[in-house]
Design a binder for this molecule. Sequence first.
Ligand code: UTP
Length: 306
Amino acid sequence: MVKQITKVVIPAAGLGTRFLPATKAQPKEMLPIVDKPSIQYVVEEAVAAGLHDILIITGRGKRSIEDHFDRSFELEYYLEEAEKTAELNQVKEIASLGNIHYLRQGAPLGLGHAVLASQAHISNEPFAVMLADDIMEHGSTLLQDMLRLYSKYGQSVLALMEVKPSEISNYGCVDVERMSETHYRIRGVVEKPAPNDAPSNLAIIGRYVFTPEIFTYLQLTRPGRNGEIQLTDAIGGLLEKQEIIGVTFSEMRFDIGNKNDYLRATIEMALSRPDLRQTVLDLLSSLSCGRALKEEARDSLPDPLP
Ligand code: UTP
């Protein structure tokens, strides 16, 4: 009988250099997607999957993350006095999302180093890792599917996404053997391969379930690319001792540390909200590109009959 997973680690200590200058003095995890900081989407996804023990790995300049998930008595008092009940409830709910702990990474020595920092908190239990800058569309069941796979096989599980060959060098990439339409047995992993060296077009994205043995391999992992301790290298070590499963998904996923995906996330998330959908559609068609597209479509229509 495998142990039920209740703990999740959310690394959020990265410097966010791809999103400068916005991230010079604020965490990228606090950049809003519509009206919510991106990390709140991730915490809500964890809680929806039953992961209530949440450890956020933070670092210098990340204090606003802690403030965001904390009570704010002044604000609550003001909203109560102003009878802004909906806003008050919203603010209170954020502070009661899960049981959130924080740990500072010290120096941002890579994702593997951030996960290793969680060892004392996780102890000898299986756990999930969710990257704070990887957002899934609302209602995604990916994490639940991964937890179910862990319960069934007792093995670590990686979330995999097909990417264009030109994009594979931005990701950890896997060599796989297909088990079913969406499930794979992982045969090997390679961090950021050149397109010609990539064993597949399947990239590892920011949702993981690990057996506690991953810590052994994180401890053994030496700094690699950019002097960082790579999680992918530790996964490679684990793979020599235990089987690892990969799972693909059909939901939308956004890497909000990348400017294109951030814009896409903002529009898609707004479109998925009943209170904003029509406003966004009207807005998009009123933009100059929307008008140009409409004109193009009109010009391509056949001339009306005389
Ligand atoms: P990224 O690869 O996106 O790195 O990290 P980054 O530093 O945040 O951003 P760029 O590349 O400079 O723009 C993936 C995840 O791992 C966390 C990040 O916060 C992000 O959620 N991370 C990364 C850490 O917690 N610590 C680190 O040392 C590095």
